[in-house]
Design a protein around this ligand. Structure first.
Ligand SMILES: *Cc1c(COP(=O)(O)O)cnc(C)c1O
Length: 429
């Protein structure tokens, strides 16, 4: 497989872009080689500038859950374009998307749209602090919540891949109110609560997706939500990745847990920049213009993005592909385990709905520490063999692979062959 044009563009891109990418997860730092440049995508496939076609398991890191350019979404966007791009005033579609989102989550009365997951989360923290009058936040090692200062500690994929312990440029003062607990370890949360009286919120990815897929064990979320409640602490569910992806109502619906504030992004924009945070009235009424917590956005609730979000969620609800996702993920798990056994490669596979990935370790992966026992060099070899066999994966051991409802039977057959070849390559490296 040739990547000549990608290589040429990469070199050109290095001149005026940082590392030729606009988000570090797109760099191929941890798998070696240079990033691919994409020309177009349709359905379950993506095509690079050298005209190589791949089954897309990146899906722009989650948003393209229906596959690329679904007919109905495309039509909605085109129709919206005819009326203008942005007005700095309210539109009917904002109300429509707000209703779809609020209806999907229990006890979400109101929502505020923003432009990214990062923005949704940083606003949710401000809201939790405004509501409780307290300052401290508990987050979990390996959970990623966007790139705002207070949350750039022990933050999963991008940082794990690049081995940056936090980030330069984040003042100590900005993280002094951030307490780090361990995922699936209730005791680590209790210890913080014992020591600090001024904790506003606990923020969590209900299913970890940014250290690879990591599931909550032994009713962890339920216990966490009870613990928060007993101590007057708000629970923030960061469902930017899992919202509408694992189930229409997100991971909270599946685990029967209701957070005080929910953060959304990715899927709700259907490929356009949309984030959101929502909660019950009592909390949301703190937000300006109803309340004293300020948060604003020139392009928030952008008409094109709203049209794309409405069309995507409406079609998603209609398709209800969640059983299909489970079935395909289970098939992929089977392919991985079968080939790993055949070539004596030690792996652990974690999956949740339409998110799945193998870890190159024999350890059970339940938190950031166990995720890091993975052999990332093996993943690098696996990754490139998958590329060469026509499968586009996230270029990091610590990212979930995403499934779209556009995947076909032929795609899964291709996946089986690619996985087998990639596993063989790992075994002889
Ligand atoms: C992707 C992601 C974010 C950040 O969203 P952006 O749109 O990239 O700013 C936050 N939280 C989680 C759980 C995510 O997966």
């Amino acid at each position: 497989m040739k990547h000549k044009k990608s290589e040429k563009l990469y070199k050109k891109g290095l001149v005026n872009l940082v590392g030729a990418v606009n988000s570090p997860v797109r760099a191929f730092a941890s798998v070696g080689g240079n990033p691919l440049f994409i020309k177009k995508a349709k359905g379950s496939k993506i095509t690079d500038v050298d005209n190589n076609k791949y089954i897309d398991l990146v899906l722009s890191y989650g948003p393209m859950i229906l596959g690329h350019r679904h007919k109905k979404v495309q039509k909605a966007i085109e129709k919206s374009l005819q009326n203008g791009y942005t007005f700095g005033a309210s539109t009917k579609n904002e109300i429509k998307l707000a209703k779809i989102v609020c209806d999907a989550f229990p006890k979400m009365d109101k929502v505020r749209f923003v432009n990214s997951g990062t923005e949704a989360v940083l606003s949710a923290l401000r809201l939790a602090r405004a509501f409780t009058g307290k300052d401290k936040i508990i987050k979990f090692a390996g959970c990623y919540h966007g790139h705002s200062d207070a949350l750039l500690v022990a933050a999963g994929s991008g940082l794990a891949t690049l081995s940056i312990p936090g980030s330069k440029g984040v003042p100590n003062d900005a993280v002094k109110n951030t307490l780090i607990a361990e995922y699936n370890n209730l005791e680590s949360v209790k210890q913080h609560i014992k020591k600090h009286t001024d904790i506003a919120a606990i923020i969590i990815e209900p299913v970890g997706g940014n250290m690879g897929v990591v599931l909550p064990k032994d009713n962890f979320l339920k216990h966490l939500s009870e613990l928060a409640k007993e101590n007057g602490i708000l629970l923030i569910a960061d469902e930017v990745m899992t919202g509408f992806r694992s189930k229409f109502g997100g991971a909270q619906e599946l685990f029967n847990v209701t957070a005080d504030i929910t953060c959304l992004g990715k899927v709700i924009g259907g490929g356009f920049p949309v984030g959101a945070y929502g909660a019950r009235n009592e909390i949301m009424e703190m937000v300006s213009p109803l309340g004293a917590m300020y948060q604003a956005g020139t392009l928030s609730g952008n008409p094109i993005a709203m049209a794309s979000g409405i069309a995507t969620l409406t079609e998603l609800k209609k398709q209800n592909p969640y059983q299909k996702f489970d079935r395909i993920a289970s098939e992929i798990e089977g392919f991985l385990l079968k080939s790993a056994k055949k070539y004596s490669v030690e792996i652990t596979v974690n999956r949740f709905g339409s998110m799945i990935n193998p870890f190159f370790t024999s350890d059970e992966v339940v938190d950031f520490k166990t995720a890091q026992t993975s052999d990332t060099e093996k993943f690098g070899v696996f990754f490139w063999e998958m590329i060469n066999n026509g499968v586009f994966l996230p270029p990091s051991q610590f990212e979930a692979w995403f499934l779209s409802s556009a995947l076909t039977k032929k795609d899964t057959q291709k996946l089986e062959i690619a996985i087998d070849k990639a596993m063989e390559a790992v075994s002889i490296m």
